[in-house]
Design a protein around this ligand. Structure first.
Ligand code: SAM
Length: 283
């Protein structure tokens, strides 16, 4: 009886979204130890490999060759070759190739394991000042009017923070469209994360739109929009948001603790303490 052949493993390796130092030790060790690296853009990945002096065969795997290259990679994995899949930045499979290969591996019982690394979604979310308890990542903001309409109606009542990837060339138009569709909300544009010009533009949609009227959007952008608010809190507009924060600070200056000031402001203005806290944090 012949021995059953040992298959290889597909490693999904998260890579930096800008700062090359954000490669984890485990990612480094995995890239050093696999037999082959499948990369979205081989030249781009080669820069990362050169930086860490990793010498490995690299092959391309991207949106437009995945149907032909996928089966080839599967065959290699079935033959016992260990493969690391990387994208240009962040986690493979997140608005990047990966998902199809993972599904195909699982069908063939080829082990899939992940070496987590940065992703623009979470990096942007945690510093946005918006609610982090739950969020919806909706991928790239759609370009087609029809798809935009679907997104606008599907997510209009969504209470969790909504995250889109967007190109700098379309950012301003998208912000204006979102404001038209969902009304005034708080938002954040997280730009060039982990890079030299990292920047967070936070405020109401109107404020952020006004900012981009004075500045040219450049670099990589992640757009975060506050979820729909409770009816009680929905009345909080850009102007009243300022007033709420002002009231809170007035209470503080009278000697109240932060907790008491939150409570007093909420009681005085008939809104939730959570909403006062949220506004105080982003203003
Ligand atoms: N797989 C990646 C991840 O896990 O974040 C996302 C890849 S997607 C093709 C690229 C988009 O992610 C960019 O157009 C931008 O919207 C966002 N992005 C990537 N790097 C970023 C950064 N350093 N700062 C802000 N947004 C970034």
């Amino acid at each position: 009886m012949g021995e059953s052949k040992q298959t290889g493993t597909l490693y999904l390796v998260g890579t930096p979204i800008g700062n090359l130092k954000d490669l984890t030790i485990r990612a480094l060790e995995t890239l050093q130890s696999v037999d082959l690296i499948a990369a979205e853009d081989t030249r781009h990945t080669q820069k990362l490999l050169n930086h860490y002096a990793i010498q490995k065969p690299v092959t391309s795997y991207y949106e437009h060759n995945k149907n032909s290259k996928g089966p080839w990679l599967l065959e290699k994995l079935s033959d016992g070759v260990n493969i690391a899949l990387v994208s240009d930045a962040g986690m493979p499979g997140i608005s990047d190739p990966g998902e199809d290969l993972v599904k195909a591996c699982l069908q063939k019982k080829i082990p899939v394991t992940v070496i987590p690394g940065p992703s623009a979604i979470l990096t942007a979310l945690v510093a946005s000042g918006l609610d982090c308890k739950g969020f919806v990542f909706a991928g790239f903001f759609p370009r087609q009017k029809k798809e935009q309409k679907i997104i606008f109606s599907q997510l209009k009542e969504e209470k969790r923070t909504i995250i889109f990837y967007e190109s700098p060339y379309r950012l301003q138009k998208t912000l204006v469209q979102i404001k038209e569709a969902w009304g005034e909300r708080n938002c954040c544009v997280a730009r060039e994360l982990t890079k030299v010009y990292e920047e967070y533009i936070r405020g109401t949609l109107s404020e952020v739109i006004a900012y981009w009227e004075q500045h040219t959007p450049k670099g990589e952008m992640t757009l975060l929009i506050e979820g729909a608010r409770n009816e009680k809190d929905a009345a909080v507009t850009a102007v009243t948001a300022e007033q709420i924060v002002q009231r809170y600070h007035e209470f503080l200056s009278k000697g109240l603790t932060k907790k008491e000031a939150l409570q007093e402001t909420a009681d005085l203005l008939g809104i939730s303490k959570r909403e006062v806290y949220r506004l105080v944090m982003i203003k």
